[in-house]
Design a protein around this ligand. Structure first.
Ligand code: 4AD
Ligand code: MG
Length: 432
């Protein structure tokens, strides 16, 4: 007979049927005449049993030889059993060992982070790491569904670029035949062009920052989704950002409960989140922070301590707007009647997780853009095409970027961002 190969997440639909499960040994134990195997196949963990009324069974020797992470194929009948984890178990009739794993380095005992990072290729199989990355996949799907559902067009912006978007200090330089090129810090500038062609667009891809920061919030390579909308104002994109965050929250809370449980994430603070999120200007934020004892002075950017303090004041994500022009990127539109501040927004997540979104309204006036490029010492010829956009039907427009890993760290309440991407690129780590 041919056995039907099923995935563990689907076994409940096969109760009473004979199936095949292909996976790896997570754990095993014996109890009298029964041998228990916990098998994982990437979609879940299933208990499988070998039972013998006699002292011996043709499969017992094979069972004895199995070590943690050995790969195997088991065949048998699915049975509902309340005592089994997940409510179903497999009564093994036949078993095939694919490979015996020798001395799997990650045991249930505690390991140092350095050791686990060195074994990231194996660490991914552990329950918590697996749960975080399941939530990541859900988060990414939710983002796509949100924008596709609202008529945004997906525009893939280039990774190899001739110019900077977010300041020249964090550029990754590379050789492009006989020219210099940089890895993209953001798809925004290109999306300002595609927005004028398609109205509302988003890009979603990896971005790179040669940031010499070794903090729990910084990756060198991270994923960002960036919507851009022609004719939109700062106000419009703050609403869009709120809706996006609420959509993601709803999806993850409804579809990834099990993973959030594995991560012991208390979901109450997330369930409380409703719109509108509190909005304050940078001026007001500085006042509040000073009252709380911060040493911040007007004109300085928030650091991690300020972001943490802000989340102690509000228990919802907060939108901070009207930052000093001097600490923001060259493309930010100045506020009317207050040219020292810009129509930018940072959304700070709750529970001390800091900035997850940055964005705002872009300069649409030709003369002003040219002036800013000069002030920032940016080479005009690399931005000719970008300047062009201000000559042919220029309109006010706005957009933002949401960092996937920062958002995931917040949703899962993961302290360090290194666990939110399969293979993190960090200041001192590019292996594995
Ligand atoms: O605030 P940022 O630098 O904004 C931009 O890049 C704009 N061009 C986006 C736009 O308006 N289209 O980055 C946006 C977000 C941050 O809020 C943060 O979530 C994430 O990207 N981010 C990082 N995540 C991980 N590691 C880093 N080093 C990050 N830098 C930014
Ligand atoms: Mg920012």
């Amino acid at each position: 007979m041919r056995w039907k190969w099923v995935y563990i997440e689907d076994v409940s639909r096969h109760a009473g049927e004979d199936v095949e499960v292909r996976g790896w040994l997570f754990n095993k134990r014996s109890s009298g005449k029964i041998r228990f195997l916990l098998i994982r196949d990437g979609t879940g963990v299933l208990q499988a049993t070998i039972f013998s009324p006699e002292k011996c069974h043709p499969l017992f020797a094979q069972f004895d030889a199995l070590t943690q992470e050995s790969s195997l194929i088991v065949r048998g009948r699915v049975r509902q059993d309340k005592r089994a984890p997940g409510g179903y178990e497999l009564e093994i009739a036949d078993m095939e060992t694919v490979q015996i794993a020798r001395d799997y380095p990650i045991s249930p005992k505690e390991h140092s982070t350095a050791f686990l990072m060195e074994h990231r290729h194996l660490w991914l199989r552990s329950r918590k790491q697996h749960a975080v990355l399941q939530v990541r996949a859900e988060l990414i799907r939710a983002i796509r569904d949100f924008f596709d559902g609202r008529g945004f067009r997906l525009m893939d912006t280039p990774i190899l670029t001739p110019s900077a978007c977010e300041g020249t200090t964090t550029l990754f330089e590379t050789q492009y035949f006989d020219q210099k090129a940089f890895l993209s810090q953001s798809g925004q500038l290109y999306n300002e062009a595609t927005a004028m062609a398609f109205g509302k667009v988003y890009c979603f891809g990896p971005t790179f920052r040669a940031e010499k920061s070794k903090t729990r919030r910084h990756l060198i390579e991270f994923w960002m989704v960036e919507p851009e909308v022609a004719f939109a104002s700062l106000e419009d994109i703050i609403e869009l950002a709120e809706d996006l965050v609420l959509f993601i929250l709803g999806r993850v809370l409804s579809r990834r409960r099990q993973e959030l449980d594995i991560l012991e994430r208390d979901t109450k603070p997330l369930e409380r989140i409703k719109k509108p999120f509190p909005r304050i200007t940078y001026d007001e934020a500085v006042q509040l922070l000073k009252q709380k004892g911060s040493a911040i002075t007007w004109g300085n950017d928030f650091g991690a301590p300020e972001e943490t303090m802000m989340s102690e004041i509000f228990d919802l994500p907060v939108c901070v707007t009207h930052f000093p022009a001097a600490i923001k990127a060259f493309y930010m539109q100045p506020a009317p009647e207050r040219p020292d501040v810009v129509l930018g927004v940072d959304m700070l997540a709750s529970e001390g997780f800091g900035e997850i979104i940055g964005g705002g309204q872009r300069i649409h006036d030709l003369g002003l853009l040219e002036k800013r490029l000069k002030e920032h010492n940016l080479p005009r010829q690399a931005y000719e095409w970008y300047i062009d956009l201000r000559q042919y039907g220029s309109v006010p427009h706005a957009g933002f970027g949401l960092g996937v890993e920062r958002t995931l760290a917040w949703l899962c309440r993961i302290k360090h961002i290194r666990e939110t991407i399969p293979f993190p690129r960090l200041l001192y780590r590019i292996y594995p």
